[in-house]
Design a protein around this ligand. Structure first.
Ligand code: ADP
Ligand code: MG
Length: 706
């Protein structure tokens, strides 16, 4: 779920016929929004009425941007508005089904064609007015191949009357028209509740409208230029906030944080290097060098190690842990799930055995005796490598001499948990690890107070994973392929977006598909089901059986997304791929291709145009950086890390690349603001401070607001 970015900032309310309306009111209390629509809105990141105001059109159309149908020529790209005068599904000889419609405007008509999307026949009706964008080709006459289509309703005269059409991002089950209707009918009530939080001179310097004006302009622009101007103000404030956070983080970083100055004794670390069954990649060596430099300085390390799935982050962390231990300190590695913690413990046990060391596993499911023993070791002063879950920071867990902490899949933890483990011991050095690599400049913007090391190289000998997208019509063939892989002794994952079916959506669900598949195409194979509602210990048993090759096909939700390593698994089949973020899919794909055999990632199902375009990026590249960048571009920061986002800085409206000029202005404004008021504690800046605290949990750490 994308995070609700706009929360509890100033709580005025106005009366309407239906009762009190306030900005932080959940949208389901609004007239015209029931629980079903509220759920769809939530998928768009809209939880409160404030979020609704900030859900702005992604583009505008007016008479000048619409091409009369008569003037479309083959080879041209255009946007048209027309009425559907006929429609139908056309089968082709190769089994592909094409949805076609003929659209008409005052100037003429044209055929539009959607290959492989026969399901559109259910939602597009004769008489509908539609907006289509796409390219025109010659095929028995002119034919439009829509990239995007929007149903405007039955009688859309806006554009003909010279008005501007605002096009909103929509989602499955919630059309553009409904969204526009909801926003439009509440705009007048909500606008007066908005209070400006940017200082007047900042707005004046940037030449931008006030908040209230901007929100009105984006939703009800008189001209396209006005809509763009309103948007500019909202993009500007996002950029401004990010620059403020960034500069503040940097200022804090420059303040000297004292830490432990370890000595590079090269005892355990050299022994580990000698015992490794492989040689480190260049990127790993550089990262280790950067970490050693941090740890041997008397400044406290606060570093992010980012690298694609399989880039070998764990071993880098192990070197750091050993450096602390050979200095007589304790080290801890915290992972988001028990499975992952146990896997790390096993990996470490293997690498450390030649050194005569053994990791100490600390999870919530230890027996009470084991837990007591672990607690005693942690409270002692002997060097120990503790590997665990958040059980490491839960009350009672005391460290006698903690010198180094690493947090794996750091974005899965909340700010508080990260802070809690860092606060253990006498200011241990901290290494955060992330498998969702983002461009360096962005990393520095978001994590301004962190130093960043990047593993941009994969260990040699890794097989690329063949990735394909297959339509519903290929289901049987795809499943037969999976069967053949299992018959070769390989294993497969089949992933679904939800655990159970619900009345609200027609999504295939892990539970029902598990029953269907195990009785059907996989009959005779060992099929197991795993998801987040199965108790942790049972999940562990299932995963262990899968790891040991006792299960052929594992049907699951994204619980397997995180770091699990099963080299014999060669197929990752994902249903409803449009429901996942690209980075999330990339994590899933990272579960296969870990052994010597050729591996496959198959996205199965019919998806809409927009989703298909997004998924194409994933199919075409195996580079996690590029995928993260595409995710950022297409869905914004809020979606980058999947559902368990922890309030990092987000862009919903601005695009630092496209809005380059605004970005420079915002940076200048942030500089000036913080020069005059470094902690934002003056009265004029109280508004900014409040909004920052509400929107970005990082602000809690950086400005101590909240
Ligand atoms: P991730 O960065 O996704 O956490 P891991 O640390 O789990 O990756 O490493 C993935 C696999 O690659 C592990 O089996 C690990 O032992 C192996 N590995 C790590 N570094 C190297 C290397 N330099 N050469 C070969 N294999 C490596
Ligand atoms: Mg990992």
């Amino acid at each position: 779920m994308p995070l609700p970015v706009h929360q509890h900032v100033m709580g005025a309310a106005t009366e309407t016929g239906g009762g009190k309306v306030y900005l932080d009111m959940p949208v389901n209390y609004l007239k015209g929004v029931g629980p079903v629509r509220a759920e769809s809105l939530r998928r768009l990141g809209i939880v409160t009425t404030r979020d609704l105001l900030f859900h702005i059109p992604h583009r505008y159309e007016d008479a000048s941007t619409i091409t009369p149908i008569a003037s479309l020529e083959p080879g041209m790209d255009g946007t048209i508005i027309g009425k559907v005068i006929s429609k139908g599904i056309i089968p082709t000889r190769r089994g592909l089904r094409i949805f076609q419609a003929v659209l008409q405007d005052g100037s003429g008509m044209i055929e539009a064609s959607w290959p492989g999307q026969p399901f559109l026949d259910r939602s597009i009706e004769k008489g509908d007015i539609m907006l289509l964008s796409g390219s025109v080709r010659f095929f028995h006459g002119r034919q439009l191949q829509p990239r995007e289509h929007i149903q405007l309703g039955k009688d859309e005269d806006d554009i003909r009357e010279g008005k501007v059409l605002a096009v909103y991002p929509a989602t499955e089950g919630l059309s553009f028209k409904v969204i526009r209707g909801i926003i439009d009918s509440h705009l007048d009530t909500l606008l007066p509740l908005l209070k400006e939080y940017l200082p007047a001179d900042v707005l004046r310097a940037a030449g931008l409208p006030s908040l209230r004006d901007a929100i009105r302009m984006v939703h009800r622009p008189a001209t396209i230029a006005e809509g763009t101007r309103g948007r500019a103000r909202l993009a500007f404030e996002e950029l401004l906030f990010i620059h403020i956070l960034h500069r503040r983080a940097n200022a804090l970083k420059r303040e000297r944080r004292s830490g432990i100055a370890f000595q590079n004794r090269r005892q355990l670390t050299s022994a580990l290097k000698d015992a490794l069954p492989f040689t480190l990649t260049n990127a790993q060596m550089v990262a280790i060098r950067e970490i050693v430099a941090d740890m041997t300085s008397d400044r406290r390390m606060h570093r992010l190690l980012q690298g694609d799935v399989g880039s070998g982050k764990t071993i880098v962390a192990l070197f750091a842990a050993l450096l602390a231990m050979e200095n007589g300190y304790q080290s801890a590695i915290m992972a988001p799930t028990e499975l992952l913690a146990e896997q790390h413990a096993r990996t470490f046990a293997k690498f450390l055995a030649p050194l005569g060391l053994e990791p100490l596993l600390v999870t919530g499911s230890l027996s009470s005796r084991a837990r007591r023993e672990a607690a005693n070791k942690l409270a002692g002063t002997e060097p120990v490598l503790a590997v665990g879950t958040h059980a490491l920071v839960q009350e009672g867990a005391l460290f006698g001499r903690l010198g180094f902490v690493t947090i794996d899949e750091q974005h899965r933890f909340g700010v508080e948990q990260r802070a809690a483990i860092s606060a253990k011991g006498a200011s241990p050095d901290v290494l955060l690890m992330s498998a969702t690599p983002i461009p360096r400049s962005l990393a520095l913007t978001i994590y301004g107070d962190l130093d960043v090391s990047t593993l941009d190289e994969r260990p040699a000998g890794r097989q690329p994973v063949t990735t394909v997208m297959r339509p519903e019509s290929a289901r049987e063939r795809v499943l037969q392929f999976v069967v053949r892989e299992t018959e070769k002794g390989r294993q497969a994952y089949v992933v679904y977006p939800v655990i159970e079916e619900s009345e609200k959506t027609d999504l295939k669900a892990a539970t029902t598909m598990y029953e269907q598949l195990s009785a059907g195409v996989f009959a005779g194979k060992v099929v197991a089901l795993i998801h987040g509602r199965i108790p942790a210990d049972e999940r562990e048993t299932i995963m262990r059986a899968f790891r040991d090759g006792k299960i052929d096909v594992l049907v699951s939700t994204t619980v397997i997304e995180v770091g699990i390593d099963v080299p014999n698994a060669t197929v990752m089949l994902v249903e409803h791929p449009e429901r996942f973020g690209l980075s999330q899919l990339h994590q899933l794909r990272g579960r296969v291709g870990r052994g010597a055999e050729a591996s496959y990632c198959i996205l199965l199902g019919n998806v809409g145009d927009e989703a298909a375009e997004r998924l194409r990026v994933f199919v075409e590249t195996d580079d996690g950086f590029e995928i993260a960048r595409a995710d950022l571009r297409l869905r914004g920061m809020g979606n980058l890390f999947g559902q368990e986002q922890s309030g990092e800085a987000t862009f919903r409206i601005a695009d630092p690349v496209r809005d380059e000029v605004l970005n420079i202005e915002a940076r200048t404004a942030a500089e000036k603001l913080l020069e005059e008021d470094p902690t934002l504690s003056t009265k004029e800046n109280a508004g900014i401070r409040k909004v920052l605290g509400a929107r970005y949990s990082r602000a809690l750490e950086l400005f101590r607001v909240g």
